[in-house]
Ligand binder design. Sequence first.
Ligand code: SF4
Length: 399
Amino acid sequence: MILELAEARPEGVRLVVTGCLAERDGAELTRCMPEVDLVVGFGVPVSLRRRASRRARGTTGHDAATKPRGIQARAADGTAGASFDLLNLPRPPVKAPWAYVKVAEGCDRRCGFCAIPQFRGRQRSRSAESVIGEVESLGDDVREIVLVAQDVSSWGRDRDVPEDVRRARGAPRPIVGLLRELRERVERVRLLYLYPSSLDEAMVEAIVATGVAYFDLSLQHVSRPLLGRMRRWGEAQTFLDQVSVIRQVAPDAALRSSFILGYPGETEDDHDRLLEFLEEVQLDWAGFFTFSEEVGTYATRLSEKVPTALALERLRECSETQDAITAAKRAALVRERVSVLVDEPGTGRSHREAPEIDGVVHVPRVLPVGRIEDVMVTGAAGPDLWAEPVPECAAGRAR
Ligand code: SF4
């Protein structure tokens, strides 16, 4: 992809590589890809290339004269981006009636397959004031915010939240208090990436009160022995009990999760248990991924690797099972009334659809972008719905 972009870029455009790959393999990228102008991990330049000088020399960038300058892969203490990180970047202008808001960076958990804590370090939460300030700065045109972090439900646990603030917010978990504050400022607050152990009743109620009864539970698997090898919490019955509580509090709650297939040690029994679970829990959405061995993770030391072909076969089985469930759940919404935020002409989302992840609700193009409208679902196909304005709303618009 990097090379394709290098080929496609117009004159004068610089090519910057950033993110996890740049953080982990920045030095190698710098060495092997002279096409790249800048390699940036999480805030600390790994390399800086001066294409201008390269061009001035009339080279293609593949010679020794174009070696990068200023290589600085990491902060002095070995942590990633300690003084200037993604949390402090100014946000680009918002072009939709919804916006991501990052509330923390890093993660204190140590899941066996995950390399993120190596790159991003321990969790660092933004202050409540900073998050609230950013949400307020988005303006009235933004009707939905999507809170993201590696482990959203743990927001604030690394901060010294003053006791009076904590009490004033009445928060058993800091994130609950933050949600309450944000809900006063924006109609919809959506959370992504919830570690399942965080979902006690107070948390469920706090999420439902955000106006978006959407639960993105990061389960990864349901077999207890396998979750143990993944160094993760929970098991099938615990997850079923949690979902039951969610549905008692909010019968129309939408649930999403993601699962890894082919983690070392995954047996046929583990896989069957996952398929049974999918049938039983009836999630609205689920993503499936085959295990990918990441350098430096605990999982690399595990035996009983699962052959790729078998992992792909398991993925196919899970995807087919879930696709049928998703389609049936979507079809069951036909003739239901839902409230959608119109993201762009002809496309809206109810609380059941996260932006850029799930299906959408197709609506008439006349519905104004940025409005929250009540519509009646008239059709469904796969993950998508089609809907028409309910008559009294249409009449109100005409007036
Ligand atoms: S999978 Fe998520 S919770 Fe686990 S270590 Fe990685 S970022 Fe943290």
